[in-house]
Write a protein that binds this ligand. Structure first.
Ligand SMILES: C[S@@+](CC[C@H](N)C(=O)[O-])C[C@H]1O[C@@H](n2cnc3c(N)ncnc32)[C@H](O)[C@@H]1O
Ligand code: SF4
Length: 360
């Protein structure tokens, strides 16, 4: 394993659309949680040299300096390469000089900020705060402290959002000149405030139009579209997320975290009491060869470059065309073959799930 995901489930407030493993921050929970997290790492980490660490949430940036010290004691347990990519997710509100100093001293070299939108109606819908001047100042602060690899999350497809609102959001986001941009079309998930109050996903055609606009705009500004919803300047692809999309194994530590170790995919419990009692895993399954190949497709086709046929053969000793009904999809141009790779046709990328269903 070369990658580690660490989940910090605490947030200052709960956004209306969020279905992730999260809870309101309390100092009591965070301290007992960090102790349990340390025990989980001590029990399961096998001592391999780690190339990427992603500290996500929830909102890791809600932790105070004392809690951050405990968190980075855990991060110190991992043997790391000298170029190890260490990402830390931040809520714009939490970014202060003190926080960035702590992150910098502890080797964090990539920061992901939940920007989401600058549009008042969208922010009210999401129950979030985000201010352009504030984020601009915070990016300057991060850069001045010597971290030059920043991701901004953008959400779109919010009910009531027209293409003009998206255009304005993108324009402002581009003024901030981040190295990496992750885009998220809103999904109305079960058990969220928006689902309970009856909101619905926006019309599919508008969603597709917005997606196409994002691709065109970001491409024209020099961003490389390297994964279905992710864009980066040259040299700034997320090494950590590529571990997932390349179907490589990784450790997942913390509440609700998922991991893939020695052929087993597992998920941790989402119950903090159970977790703090040391009962980390809620499910675990050894994958068959067929299931592993299916993951290779589901994850690999998220990459714009697609799947390398030779690499697939070297890994599974079978041609991808023999393992899956690829040929009819090449014929109807759902899939395209070029220079040893098979990828989803750019015009049909927003239909990825339907295409995968035809294959698996
Ligand atoms: C789980 S959050 C963690 C980062 C941080 N807590 C935040 O909110 O910025 C990661 C990203 O997932 C996205 N997200 C969460 N729920 C979503 C939903 N229901 N539909 C689409 N995107 C969602 C948001 O853009 C968010 O930035
Ligand atoms: S979207 Fe982020 S900040 Fe909002 S509740 Fe979910 S994890 Fe917390």
């Amino acid at each position: 394993m070369e990658s580690v995901y660490i989940h910090i489930p605490f947030c200052k407030s709960i956004c209306s659309y969020c279905d992730f493993c999260k809870m309101l921050y309390t100092s009591r929970d965070s301290l007992r949680y960090l102790e349990a997290l340390k025990c989980e790492v001590e029990e399961y980490y096998l001592g391999d040299c780690i190339k990427t660490i992603y500290i996500g949430g929830g909102t890791p940036s809600v932790l105070n300096p004392e809690e951050l010290a405990k968190l980075f004691e855990i991060v110190d347990l991992f043997k790391k390469t000298t170029t190890c990519e260490i990402t830390f997710e931040c809520n714009p509100d939490d970014i202060t000089e003190v926080l960035i100093d702590i992150l910098k001293v502890n080797g964090v070299n990539r920061i992901s900020i939940g920007m989401q939108s600058f549009n008042t109606e969208k922010l009210i819908f999401m129950e979030r705060i985000s201010d352009f001047e504030d984020i601009k100042n915070k990016i300057n602060l991060i850069n001045n402290k010597g971290i030059y690899n920043i991701n901004l999350d953008l959400m779109y497809g919010i009910p009531g959002e027209g293409i003009d609102i998206l255009k304005k959001d993108l324009k402002m986001l581009l003024k901030l000149n981040p190295e990496h941009i992750s885009t998220y079309s809103l999904i109305v998930e079960d058990n969220t405030k928006i689902k309970i109050r009856g909101d619905e996903n926006i019309d599919e055609d508008l969603d597709a139009e917005m997606y196409k606009y994002i691709l065109k705009k970001l491409k024209s500004k020099g961003y490389i579209h390297y994964e279905v919803s992710n864009f980066a300047k040259d040299g700034y692809f997320s090494k950590h997320n590529l571990t997932y999309w390349n179907n490589k194994e990784y450790y997942g530590f913390g509440l609700g975290a998922a991991g893939y170790i020695n052929g087993f995919r597992y998920e941790n419990t989402k119950n903090i009491d159970t977790y703090c009692e040391g009962n980390y895993r809620s499910s675990e399954a050894l994958l068959s060869k067929q299931e592993t190949m299916e993951y290779e497709l589901i994850l690999g086709f998220r990459k714009v470059e697609g799947i390398n046929l030779q690499e697939f053969f070297d890994k599974y000793e079978v041609n991808i065309q023999e393992a899956f009904p690829i040929k009819p999809l090449l014929k109807n141009k759902d899939l395209i073959y070029k220079n040893g790779y098979i990828f989803i046709s750019p015009e049909k990328r927003y239909l990825m799930n339907e295409i995968l269903l035809k294959l698996i």
